[in-house]
Design a protein around this ligand. Structure first.
Ligand SMILES: [Zn+2]
Length: 489
């Protein structure tokens, strides 16, 4: 009896194994400068004057004979789940009969067009150009279709690298100092020829090397990463960012990048600094897939688990931005659409203002997990944790810390993602930030600080909360992902 049961179980696990296929594509999504283009990130009214390098949508699609997954990267500050990601998925399903999970992560580029609306001429005017957005959504959908159409028999190669030099490029500007400098790679090569189809690189850092004064459209360090990686490996390079909250950045004199030509650090906020970072990351990735630690899979299976979540829109500035049409995003109350607008009182630093704001309580977002299994193995070889914003690394890797001055000093600690992800036995855990949404910073409740005294008796308020949807997001996101990880078993 016991023997038969085991036999059945093995059969069930082996049955879905099939040879992998992969296809890749890229398309230019650079906005035309015939119309004003407001550059996203940093302050308002930073209009683009020229184009340094094109910005991209890049897609690596894989298939296990049954399930299609499109890993899509876009050189944008962020893309909202609603309306944009949902609309792109619908358009893809209109264009293809194949069921496909379209997973779109923004690189968080700070030198591209404003796709969220927050960086217009003034804080009260949107920077989002709906004509560009419609074209952008179509380009992204077409890129996915092209990648699916190019599917060929593939071997998947997973690898990682954690050399110290990667850490030297990441400044962590807020306590606690937690970050992961490990770079993860998924490369798909043609099974017969070994030619690269596409390479997905996952590493955590803000693409904001060019800083707040730049007026040229560029994908920041990603531009050099793509060019160098494609030169070294061929195929299409895709970049997915990691846990970059709290705040992981290459910006500032502390992050020195030595230029081999001059022997001096590259100038701050220069294209040269961005180029050197991008090239270095590409070279590490290209070495990693050829290294001893690389794991190759010809057959296996894919599982994609996605779960919608409602997240309270606590930030009064976002509520006002939504109420005045700067932020265009649906809001919900108890799961039902709610677009009521009314007056709210906003108190900040002792000043009270009354403003028009959206009254709906929540936004709708999504969390997800992708698991890739190898031959007859119950443990996934690789996991992708899809996080809809800029998560503080301590929510992923641990060491959430209570500081004097916090607004909720006794708040319960949220579940730490790695505690659950590692239990699956996966060897490669890709932490993906800004996946299918950008809800802003995701901050542990016990580190939340909007009211004086400030954390650790600092003279000024910490940076982060102003660009966060609120302190309730962290628990909802982490509990959502943990539930999906448990569902894998
Ligand atoms: Zn950011």
């Amino acid at each position: 009896m016991k023997f038969e049961w085991c036999g059945l179980l093995t059969l069930l696990i082996v049955a879905p194994l099939a040879a992998f296929q992969a296809g890749a594509s890229k398309k230019d999504i650079t906005p035309s400068l015939d119309r004003p283009v407001f550059i996203a990130g940093f302050g308002n009214n930073r209009t683009a004057t020229e184009i340094h390098d094109p910005i991209w949508v890049r897609c690596l699609a894989i298939n296990d004979g049954e399930t299609n997954v499109a890993f899509v990267g876009v050189d944008l500050i962020g893309l909202f789940y609603e309306p944009d990601v949902i609309a792109i998925r619908q358009r893809v399903q209109q264009l293809t009969k194949k069921p496909v999970s379209v997973l779109i992560a923004s690189t968080h580029n700070h030198q591209g067009p404003d796709t969220l609306g927050l960086w217009g001429p003034t804080p009260f005017q949107t920077g989002r150009d709906e004509k560009y957005m419609a074209w952008l959504r179509e380009q992204i959908a077409q890129c996915v279709i092209e990648a699916l159409d190019k599917m060929e028999p593939a071997t998947l190669i997973f690898s990682k690298d954690d050399r110290k030099e990667l850490s030297d490029l990441q400044l962590d500007s807020r306590l606690p100092h937690v970050k992961d400098h490990t770079l993860y790679v998924l490369q798909a090569v043609n099974r017969k020829t070994g030619k690269t189809i596409g390479t997905l690189v996952n590493w955590a850092n803000h693409p904001e090397v060019l800083g707040s004064q730049n007026r040229q459209i560029t994908s920041d360090f990603c531009w050099a990463l793509y060019e160098r990686l494609e030169e070294l490996l061929g195929g299409v390079a895709v970049f997915w960012n990691g846990a970059i909250g709290g705040l992981i950045t290459p910006l500032g004199e502390e992050v020195k990048v030595y230029d081999p030509v001059t022997g001096q650090p590259a100038p701050e906020a220069s294209f040269r600094k961005a180029e050197l970072i991008g090239k270095f990351v590409a070279e590490v990735a290209a070495e990693a897939v050829k290294g001893k630690q690389a794991v190759k899979l010809e057959k296996g299976s894919l599982r994609v688990l996605l779960r919608p979540v409602f997240i309270p829109l606590q930030n009064p500035l976002f509520r006002i931005a939504a109420g005045t049409g700067v932020l265009k995003r649906a809001t919900y109350t108890k799961g039902k659409l709610d677009d009521r607008v009314g007056e709210v009182k906003l108190q900040r630093d002792g000043v009270t203002v009354t403003a028009k704001a959206i009254l709906g309580e929540d936004i709708r977002s999504e969390v997800g997990v992708v698991a890739i299994y190898g031959d007859a193995d119950r443990k996934p070889v690789a996991l992708f944790l899809l996080i809809p914003g800029e998560i503080y690394p301590e929510l992923v890797y641990g060491n959430i810390t209570r500081y004097p001055g916090a607004d909720f000093p006794d708040a319960p600690i949220e579940p730490v993602l790695m505690d659950y992800a590692r239990k699956t036995g996966a060897r490669f855990i890709f932490v993906v930030g800004l996946a299918n949404d950008e809800i802003g910073y995701i901050i542990p409740q016990c580190e939340w600080d909007e009211q004086p005294p400030w954390l650790n008796n600092a003279p000024e308020r910490p940076y982060g909360e102003v660009n966060s949807i609120g302190w309730k997001a962290a628990r909802i996101v982490n509990e959502g992902i943990v539930a999906l990880l448990k569902a894998l078993r």
